[in-house]
Design a protein around this ligand. Sequence first.
Ligand code: SAH
Ligand code: SF4
Length: 346
Amino acid sequence: MPTRYDLDRDALAGVLDGEPRYRVDQVWDGLYRQLAEPGGLTTLPKALRARLDNELPTALAPVAEAADRRGDTVKWLFSLADGARVETVLMHYRDRTTVCVSSQAGCAMGCGFCATGQAGFERQLSTGEIVEQVVRAAQRARDDGRRLGNVVFMGMGEPMANYDRVWAAVQRLHTDLGISARHLTISTVGLVPGIRRLATEDLPVNLAVSLHAANDDLRNELVPINKRYPLSVLMAACADYLRAKGRRLSFEWALIDGTNDRPSDARELAELARTLPLPAHVNLIPLNPTPGYPTRGTPRDGVDRFRHWLADLGVNATIRRNRGTDIDAACGQLAARVELRGRAPG
Ligand code: SAH
Ligand code: SF4
């Protein structure tokens, strides 16, 4: 059954069949501009409100919610109608508010260092299940006196393996929630057909590629899909993307102690970056510990050192603040532990 944010305007008009035409705009505006519950739309007759509460069911039921001490990071574990679970993380920074959303329940890509990869694939999320994560985060941001301005597809799942629904969600976020395409970022493990397709879209969203290794032997180990789309093929797609879009591309690099944080790794990364027609930007994230992966993240001084090496090699890199590690809230990490530690909402 389609959920509240799965419906497009035509489908909503179907639900509102028999009502005056302007009701479609009223309800659409209520859902996307006011971020309201249908039952709270006081411009509608009471009977209609009650009917809509029934016929436009929400997709997500909060199972657990955890916030860091200052309330700068909020992480939700949601249950979907069929019991599948996904995570969403809201992050308030000094100058912006960002939500990290899931695109699939689980992930089939099998990256060993990733908690979602360790758990395996459950199912695709629908467009509405993705959009509702953003709506809920936007509601919370508003309650916190902030405006949600950025969305990153860096939660559970591989967005390019659920392309159509993710793209429909992107369009909805852009057109109806008013989030600028330049503030939307899709992160991919390197599914080349998805990158090539993204290059043909007209909304200028940002692309992040999770690289983690700049030689095929190591990348095959860390990111198994590299065997299907090796670095030469991936880089060719990235180069074409840059030529088509002229937009900045970023690489994600989770620093794993003694594995991809050596001087040779920095050198290989710099060489790879030099093959691109535009400079790439590297985001360094110290690996978060997960239950199924023994190696720890690079310690703080090693992270700083790696960034310096890159800078000396002419590669721009920033160290991504590891938000909310005290609540296991970092993006891209399904922390099963939230179930144990998070308190139930309400
Ligand atoms: N599947 C997509 C998007 C979700 S993962 C992708 O892989 O890009 C979002 C980011 O979190 C990716 O860069 C991923 O490599 C990273 N990540 C996964 N597990 C991590 C961990 N344990 N510590 C740090 N980053 C991690
Ligand atoms: Fe999937 Fe991304 Fe995790 Fe790899 S890192 S298993 S692609 S979610």
